[in-house]
Design a protein around this ligand. Structure first.
Ligand code: ADP
Length: 487
């Protein structure tokens, strides 16, 4: 018998007022611009607003970041930075619940999943802090210097994790930061910067300017006082940002953009029922809203039935519903815009493929979309070639391995791939044939895809450029200075 469910927290519990303002030089800064409304994706209702920073706040934040770089942060040294970053990690560990709630409220992230991912944030910080000493010991003769003021523009799909993945290596390398979070998810970013200030990071080291992409984001990208720019988001926005970044100055960039990553099930794995929870996770986690989602499934000829049966069974463990409920594993899509986009691809799926729904869409006002398969989606069609950012998995059959590699690699994107197969010779050959930055090879049927933080990789093609992860991922935010002593 089911025990009665605990009541869900109220949506309208009040939030600290400072979460609605920019965080500049260690304090909140009000904006004179028109505020931006926030919509709850689980209900479709407007529930609040926050200040759009605009160009003026960007100006103030860049000036603050410059003075912090010239001042205490520039002099503090690697050990001092590592200690302060560790203090920040400890504060984040204490606020996991509040950060997770902000994600649930702003973008509909299921609360349990949000907590689990955010709880890894302090580990990420500890990991990068531990690499600072190695960065300083570089032995090639040059000295590694921080680049200065780094701008970062981040998306909404994992609001906290995406900010930390960008911000931590930037700060560990000794830079100061001006962050423009997505207009869908500004508050967790502002809270992270507040926690950094509380932990003792000097004013100006970590500034957050919330606001729209086309005004506030564009002002940050174009600012000549920004020494380097790091972007995570869609390829189309990446193109606009590259152009804006070069409008008044030139600056180095890192771009982590879209993806349409394949997962290949090899003949030795297709009859192993244990693989399907992992295949499902790789495709549908976060309601399919992540750039590395494995949204194309390639199975050997005759394997479609096994895929449908296996993924239907897996879907039973991923309830779609209210993101406040700890039992929910798939929440709504993050915005009405995202919902419209997914609906248009579902329509294409109905016209060009055989659609198999994996679970029922909740009967609620929010932006809900349950997972679906599009069997036999044509290789040159939108379902296989375009990033959807939603719970729609294109499933295709291949004949031999050469065809599997050809189909998997026939993409404008180059972010990742997953190979389900136990034969190393075969999986090595496939990996070498794929123009992607990162390949998960899963040879044990019950294994889950994971994030290998310590291994550097770089997106390719329209997925972007710039090394992430490992020592190289911090070094990317430094620049070598040669000091030539004469006499
Ligand atoms: P989505 O289309 O799903 O909202 P984007 O890739 O457009 O995702 O957004 C990623 C980030 O880029 C967000 O912080 C957004 O505000 C920002 N952004 C969008 N357009 C621009 C732009 N023209 N210039 C700078 N930043 C932008």
């Amino acid at each position: 018998m089911n025990s009665p469910a605990a009541p869900l927290p109220a949506w309208d519990a009040p939030l600290p007022e400072t979460l609605g303002h920019a965080w500049i030089h260690g304090e909140p800064r009000m904006s004179a611009e028109e505020p931006i409304a926030s919509v709850n994706p689980a209900t479709g209702a407007i529930w609040g607003e926050f200040g759009d920073g605009g160009a003026q706040a960007v100006e103030a934040a860049v000036a603050s970041a410059r003075s912090a770089f010239r001042g205490e942060w520039g002099r503090i040294g690697g050990a001092g930075r590592a200690a302060l970053l560790s203090a920040w990690a400890a504060r984040i560990a204490e606020e996991v619940g509040q950060l997770a709630w902000l994600e649930t409220l702003e973008v509909g992230r299921p609360i349990a999943d949000a907590r689990a991912l955010i709880a890894q944030g302090p580990l990420l910080i500890g990991y990068y802090a531990s690499l600072i000493a190695a960065l300083e010991d570089s032995t090639d003769g040059a000295i590694r210097r921080a680049r200065g003021v780094v701008g970062a523009i981040t998306p909404w799909n994992f609001p906290t994790a995406n900010v930390l993945i960008r911000a931590v290596p930037i700060l560990a390398a000794g830079n100061t930061l001006v962050l423009k979070p997505s207009e869908l998810s500004p508050r967790s970013a502002i809270l992270l910067a507040q926690l950094a200030s509380e932990a003792g990071l000097p004013p100006g080291v970590f500034n957050v300017v919330p606001g729209s992409g086309h005004v506030t984001g564009a002002a940050l990208a174009a600012h000549p006082g920004v020494d380097m720019l790091a972007f995570t988001g869609s390829t189309r926005t990446g193109q606009a940002i590259i152009q804006a970044s070069a409008s008044r100055s030139i600056k180095p960039l890192t771009m982590e953009c879209g993806g349409k990553s394949p997962q290949l099930v090899l003949p030795d794995m297709i009859d192993q029922p244990e693989i399907w929870p992992g295949v499902f996770h790789a495709a549908f986690w976060n309601t399919g809203q992540w750039c590395s989602a494995r949204t194309r499934l390639l199975v050997p000829k005759g394997g479609l039935d096994a895929a449908v049966e296996g993924l239907r069974a897996a879907a039973a463990d991923w309830p779609v519903g209210d993101p406040r409920d700890p039992a929910t594993r798939l929440g709504p899509l993050a915005s009405g815009k995202q919902y419209e986009t997914v609906q248009s691809y579902r329509e294409i799926a109905r016209q060009t493929a055989h659609v198999v729904p994996l679970s029922a869409t909740p009967d609620a006002n929010g932006f809900y979309a349950a997972p679906e398969l599009a069997l036999g989606a044509p290789q040159d069609g939108a379902l296989v070639q375009q990033e959807i950012f939603g719970p729609l998995l294109a499933v295709q059959e291949y004949g031999d391995l050469d065809e599997a590699i050809r189909l998997a690699d026939d993409s404008a994107y180059g972010l990742g791939a997953t190979i389900w197969g136990a034969d190393r010779d075969v999986t090595d050959r496939i990996a070498a044939g794929l123009s992607v930055g990162s390949v998960d090879v899963i040879g044990i049927a019950a294994a889950r895809p994971g994030l290998a933080l310590g291994t550097p990789f770089e997106p390719r093609r329209q997925s972007g450029f710039g090394i992430e992860g490992g020592l190289a991922g911090i070094a990317a935010f430094t620049t070598p200075q040669a000091i030539n002593h004469a006499g």
